[in-house]
Every structure is written in C-alpha cells, then in structure tokens.
Design a protein around this ligand. Structure first.
Ligand SMILES: *[C@@H]1O[C@H](CO)[C@@H](O)[C@H](O)[C@H]1NC(C)=O
Ligand SMILES: *[C@@H]1O[C@H](CO)[C@@H](O)[C@H](O)[C@H]1NC(C)=O
Length: 499
C-alpha cells in the first residue's frame, strides 16, 4: 500500500522542460543587455568593500591574480587552460579553477574538485546545468557540490552529501556567457562539444593521473541536449571517425574513458515529452494545480504542437524548429507558470528569487564578491548571473530547443556507454529506438532501496546499460530535494553496482 502511494508521488516530478519559462522573459532582457568588457586584473576599493562584507568568509586570499599554470596542447593550438588552485568551498580536497580559452573570443570557466575519498582511483565526472543559459555553479552551490552558499550570500557551508564524496567533479560553465564564462557566444548544443573535448585533452595531458580513470558526464534539464552532443563527440573522437580527427590528424590524443552519461530531468526528446506536460499538471497524484479548462486547452494544443515538433525533427533547421518552441511553450508551459506555482516543483509555490528559490539570489551575491572571483581567477568585470536570459532566447531563435538530441543516444549504448535517466516520466525512454528497446520495455521495475538508510527511495527499470530511475518526492532539481538518496544512486551508478 505505502509503496504504491509513494510511486504515485514519484510522478509529481515536474516533467522536464519547465525551465522553458526563461524564454518568455528573454526578449525584455535582451534590451538592457550590456556588453562586458574584460579588464586586466586590479585591486580596487570595491574588492575591499567586498572583503569587509564577506568578513565571515574563510578564504585564503591570494592577492596577485597570477595563474598557477597555463596549459597547452600541440593538437589544439588555438586553446589554452589557465589554472588557479583555489582554497575555498572544500578545504579537504585539491582544486583547480580557471578558464579554457578557445581562440581569443571564447572563455569557459571551470572548477575541479578532487574526490574526497580516493582521487587516484575514483572516476571523473563532468557536471552541466541547463537553462539554456544557467550556470553549473547552481549545481555546485544549490544541489550537489562540495559546499552550499549561506542565506546571506557571505560564506559557504560544507555539504556532507557532495557528489565529490567518491568522484572528482568538474563544474563547467557553458555555453559562452553563462555563469563566469564570457566572450562571443554560440547558440546551439553541438557547438560546445568540440571545446569540451579540447578541454579534456589538455587537462588529461597535464594531469595524466586523471586520464586513465573512468569518465562520466552528468547534468540536468536542458543539459539533456548538451550531454548527448558532448558524449557523441567524445565517442566519435575515441573511435577516430569524427570529421575533426579526419581533418586534423592529431598526434597526441588520449582515449577519454567515457563510461556513462547521467541525465536528470532532461529535455531530450521533446516530441514525446511535451505530451505529458498536461498530465503532469492535471493528473498528478497531488490535486490538480490547474483549472480543468486550462488542462483541456493544454491537451488540445498537443496535436498541433506535436506536428510542429515533428517538422523540426524532419528538417532540423531553425525555420521549422523556432515556431515549434514558440507555440508549444506558449500553449503548454505558460498556463502552468501563470498559476504562481514553483515551475520546478508542483508541490510548492514560487517564492521569488532566482527560479523560484530565494537562495539562488544569495548564490549570485556570493559569486559576485570580489574575493570569491579573485580566488577563482575570475575578473571582477565578469558579472555572474544564475541564468543568462539572452542565451536562452538565442538558443530558441537558433531552433535548438526542439531538436531531436535523443537520436545521439542509441550509438552510445551500442558502444557500451551506459546511460542513466533519472526523471519523473519514463515516456521518452520507453519510446527510444535502439537494439535493446524491447528488452528494456519488458524489464521488470524493481525497488531502489538506499544502501545507508534502507529507504525505498524510487523505482528502477534497467536493461543492457540503459537505466531509468524514478526518484520519489523530488522536484526538478533532484539532489536539492533528496541529497542523501541522490548520492546513493550516483555512487552506485558510477561504480557499476545495481540500483
Ligand atoms: C566512498 O568513500 C568512502 C569514504 O572514503 C569509502 O569508505 C567508500 O568505500 C567509498 N566507496 C566506494 C564505492 O569506493
Ligand atoms: C489524465 O486525465 C485525462 C482527463 O481526465 C484523461 O483523459 C487522461 O487519460 C489522463 N491521463 C493519464 C496519464 O492518466
């Protein structure tokens, strides 16, 4: 009895893609977008104000912002990595932060934390948030990183359930102009894949001790687009079949041990996923959050929305993809937003602050402190925002939103790269066309019981490297709602144990 009630609660997970709300704000944001000028580092009175303000901050400040190291690679002559070794957030582990410079125009911020357990053996995980346009530091400070930011935005709090408990984790701000990244932007999910591959090659060349470890890519929400794109790039480069390899004949590449990808509430196959938005809001096991008439309007809009998405799938050009995202988001997402509910969690009201969670404002404040930027190697002229609405808008305009990134997943599975999808709704996963589709759909759903507390925390379906996990009582940002169980499934997945 109890377990069937809880299974239904699992379904309250917001269907993926509700972050779409960002695009409705995008056009107005575009108008007051200001250009960012990057100046040479200097101490200013503002830094001193910040230090005063952050007087509780337990950071060792290194006032000359010299890079500890600058890394290059013969096969990537246009790229370099500028490194610092910060001492904040998690004093128990080795860290690197800084930028991947791709040419003179693209500067990607990253922050690497070694595993708290056994960094010479534990896997390496790349974490990406979505948006599009939202910083991966949201994942770090709000969901699964080594520390959280306090309510005042003045200091950090150690996270016992951090995903670097048994893995080294890299947080990367991409695409350009997200979080601390800056430069001339791109507006599709494929573009950054090449840059991420260059980053890994340069990083692994400098730190060969990490290069032989298992490597995984994890992320949520719109990262359901990025992750398959990046994984496909790595897989094709590993196999030597990519156009980049054929054109450039690189000499000194390392095999990237891409072992799996993990997608949390990701937008992967919009054609299937948009079908469930109405059910999510109207048939949830909680009482319906919308008026019946609004539910009907959303349901009635789906056939039109679906045929537009299908046209986008067929052509993959922005001319047919843009109208699909405009129509579907207006008809199927906006009615929910207008209720004032938290768009990431049907159980809650929107409490303001960034993305309905006030703590995201504190994270912005903290991330903009001069001392924090100095420690991480970020110039103080780079303004940190949780989400950049202009990027969001540009991705829509470029037609990226509705593109069929799920088509990149079957080749990964065929190459023994495991895929974990953790989400509220299983529909697209069941409809995915791959050689194990039938076996997957016939596989028995089992109970996921956490190792440490013995709690029945979700349900699992798995077949040949493809796993779907429904986690009970979690909204869109799973590790925020269920930190301890999330670390349990994350570690078991990384170490190849059954869920
Ligand atoms: C994870 O880390 C803890 C603490 O170091 C350790 O006891 C445990 O064995 C590790 N788990 C795995 C699977 O390595
Ligand atoms: C949701 O409710 C509608 C209207 O009552 C019904 O037609 C539909 O089949 C339900 N969907 C699910 C998944 O239960």
């Amino acid at each position: 009895m109890a377990s069937s009630t809880r299974s239904k609660l699992g379904a309250i997970f917001l269907a993926t893609g509700v972050f779409v709300l960002l695009c409705h704000l995008a056009s107005s944001q575009l108008l007051n977008q200001r250009e960012i000028f990057i100046n040479r580092w200097r101490w200013s009175s503002d830094d001193l104000d910040d230090m005063f303000e952050a007087n509780q901050l337990t950071i060792n400040i290194n006032p000359n912002n010299k890079w500890a190291n600058i890394l290059t690679h013969q096969d990537f002559p246009d790229y370099k990595i500028k490194l610092k070794e910060p001492h904040m957030c998690d004093e128990t582990v080795k860290q690197y932060s800084g930028y991947l410079d791709a040419g003179t125009k693209k500067h990607f911020f990253f922050w690497f934390f070694e595993s708290r357990s056994n960094p010479t053996k534990d896997p390496i995980v790349l974490w990406l948030n979505g948006g599009p346009g939202c910083s991966s530091l949201t994942g770090l400070y709000f969901e699964l990183g080594p520390c959280a930011v306090n309510e005042e935005g003045t200091d950090t709090i150690f996270n016992d359930y951090s995903w670097n408990s048994n893995a080294s984790v890299i947080f990367l701000d991409q695409p350009i102009n997200v979080g601390y990244s800056y430069g001339d932007g791109v507006s599709n999910s494929l573009a950054a894949a090449t840059d991420v591959y260059a980053f890994l090659q340069i990083f692994f060349k400098e730190f060969p001790q990490y290069a032989n470890l298992d490597f995984h890519i994890a992320g949520e929400s719109y990262a359901g687009h990025y992750i398959p794109a990046i994984a496909a790039e790595i897989n094709n480069n590993n196999k030597g079949t990519s156009s980049w390899i054929l054109a450039n004949q690189p000499k000194d590449l390392k095999h990237v041990n891409l072992e799996s990808i993990l997608i949390g509430n990701g937008l992967v196959d919009p054609l299937v996923q948009y079908k469930y938005y109405a059910d999510m809001a109207c048939n949830s096991s909680y009482k319906p959050v919308l008026e019946e008439s609004t539910c009907d309007r959303m349901r009635n809009a789906y056939p039109q929305c679906a045929s537009m998405i299908q046209r986008c799938y067929d052509s993959s050009n922005s001319f047919s993809c843009l109208p699909a995202s405009m129509y579907c988001n207006r008809e199927m997402i906006q009615p929910y937003q207008q209720t004032g509910k938290n768009v990431y969690d049907v159980r809650k009201d929107c409490e303001g602050g960034g993305l309905c969670y006030p703590i995201l404002k504190a994270i912005e404040k903290f991330s903009n402190l001069g001392v924090v930027k100095a420690e991480l190697g970020v110039d103080r002229s780079v303004e940190y925002k949780s989400c950049n609405m202009e990027i969001n808008f540009k991705f829509q305009l470029a037609g990226d939103w509705m593109r069929p990134y799920h088509l990149l997943i079957p080749p990964l599975l065929e190459n023994n790269i495991r895929v974990l999808v953790y989400a509220g709704n299983e529909a697209w996963v069941k409809e995915l066309q791959w050689t194990g589709a039938e076996g997957f759909n016939n596989a028995k759903v089992t109970r996921w019981v956490t190792s440490d507390t013995g709690e029945h925390a979700g349900d699992v379906r798995t077949y040949k490297g493809f796993t779907f996990l429904r986690i009970f009582e979690a909204g869109h940002m799973v590790p925020y709602d269920q930190p301890r169980p999330s670390l349990d499934f994350f570690n078991r997945w990384l170490f190849g144990q059954n869920l």
